[in-house]
Design a protein. Structure first.
Length: 165
């Protein structure tokens, strides 16, 4: 439970408490889990257009957080029918992470289209590691980097999955 709460705080919700952290955690993981289903499909297909499309979608989410289709899908299919809290527009750490993931995917897509297989595979490895850390380890590299880059290293380190503070 502590790792879930740290994850929620890392995503840009520092006020999160243990009583609501589990519900918000599940909501915040909806998009990464869907992307976690789509990425292996892209890895199997090795189609540049697939990664370009997914990357542009993630850039869209970062640029227009109120129009995030993943959040809308969660709100419509999960939150509304069950009377659960709806996902609100992503705060800056989460948007930065979406933009970073989008950039990786666009890089993969462009590399595949250009025939640069080695670069594509290297970027795919980074993507798989970051996505694995997010889904399995409850650690969002993009949000963590955002906190570090904005001078909030203490907060960033307190949000690590293994942190007890």
């Amino acid at each position: 439970m502590r790792a879930q709460l740290n994850f929620v705080r890392q995503q840009g919700f520092p006020e999160a408490t243990s009583d609501g952290g589990g519900v918000r955690y599940a909501a915040l993981m909806f998009q990464p889990r869907l992307v976690g289903i789509l990425v292996p499909i892209g890895l199997a297909l090795q189609e540049g257009a697939f990664f370009l499309g997914l990357g542009v979608l993630l850039w869209w989410n970062a640029a227009f957080p109120r129009l995030n289709p993943f959040d809308a899908l969660y709100n419509r299919l999960v939150a509304n029918p069950r009377g659960m809290p709806r996902l609100e527009p992503a705060p800056p750490p989460r948007r930065f992470a979406q933009g970073m993931a989008g950039t990786l995917m666009v890089g993969i897509g462009l590399s595949l289209l250009a025939g640069w297989r080695g670069l594509a595979w290297s970027l795919e490895a980074v993507l798989v590691l970051a996505l694995g850390a997010l889904i399995v380890g409850r650690f969002c590299l993009g949000s963590y980097l955002y906190l570090l880059l904005t001078g909030r290293a203490e907060l960033a380190n307190r949000t690590l999955p293994w942190s007890a503070s």
